[in-house]
Design a protein around this ligand. Sequence first.
Ligand code: LLP
Length: 444
Amino acid sequence: MTTAVLPDLGTGADDLSVWPASTTRLPHGDLTVGGVSLTEIAERFDTPAYVLDEGEVRERCRTYRDAFPDTDVFYAAKAFLCRAMVRWADEEGLGLDVCSAGELELAVTAGFPPERAVLHGNAKSPRDIEAALRLGVGRIVIDSPSEIARLAAAVGPDGHQKVMVRVVPGISAGGHEKIRTGTDDQKFGLSLTDGSAHHAITRILGQPQLELTGLHCHIGSQITDVKPYLAAVRRMVGLMARVRDTHGVTFPELDMGGGHGIAYRPGEPALDLPALARRLRAELAGGCAAAGLPVPRLAVEPGRAIVGPAGVALYRVLAVKHMGARVFVAVDGGMSDNPRPALYGVRYAPRLIGRHSPAGPRTTTVVGRHCEAGDILASDVELPGDIHPGDLLAVPVAGAYQLSMASGYNLVGRPPVVAVHEGRARLLVRRETLEDFRSRDIGG
Ligand code: LLP
């Protein structure tokens, strides 16, 4: 379709800086993403719906490949996974970070090469380990002492499996306490500080069927500053040197995890990826030179920064209510498709689409349709004062940790995912229906 590009009106409300790069304005307040009108998507696929800009996802994969040469980039599937996403990551040369048999099986059955996948998890089930070994996953990241003997037994005396060790370096970073994983007061990994990481490494080195290729750490998520990564690299190099001194072993790989922060609203900071890449490599090279270590091959595991900004959530307004001083705009989705505001207090910037409003801005709270007062999508946002039932709202930066964390709460059903690319829209994941709920419910 052809699109008329309108000038930026220069108002805060019209700021498209956190939208996919392909976003354009149409007359009548509509927007296109990937060359497709959002109001057309809402009509064709109904609401709520998630729109994913394939070009934006691919471009973000390429940004990583360009910024991180000689580095393995594993897309963290937990941010969002479907078969098309698997194919895009594969075609763009990324590896895959999976954390369950489900993610791994979906990826492999969609054609992803298992040797380019790495399996994580603080509590891997027997099914996870069975699937990983059966499918031939590239690396398994050991997260607890008990996993060592379990994994060695599952691999068997004649088997062989590459593994890494998840180290907790004692660095606090991340956008919210629930997503900070670099210190000893949380459940992931093995502590560098109290010696459990070193102890686990010693035990793994004693298991001939497990090939320890290197250390892993993931210090947290939604990190917007390079410095914690540099501090973590220094500590990892320190541990690598101690392992070399004790065991005479040097590791060929170092995985620094993901956590790269993005802006959810205009003006918010995002992690500077080229700066991260440059400084990580310099820190690693400098630290290894000083310690007399060979420089391991670096890996990173971005999830959010690949897919978050490529997604847009579309909702229809169902009700508008004035309660005391507040205006509540209730939409047809909510915490069952996006639990992030409720979980982490995250702020979003929804936008009215499909019409130009003559009304001035009004402070509004956008809420969902679920049976909880905490079902808030965006509190205290500026939206036109005349929003009414039937209006469409679009929420940018909706690609990561929304649908992948979606629930069946209130049996509302999870929304569909529509890919947009070069003027065409296609359904990737269909809407969850009453029939889906009924078919799983086999009692009665
Ligand atoms: N690697 C490991 C081992 C991880 O645990 C994670 C995320 C990643 C990589 C990718 O992190 P990212 O680049 O996407 O920040 N539900 C939360 C985020 C949880 C992150 C869990 N682990 C949220 O919605 O903010």
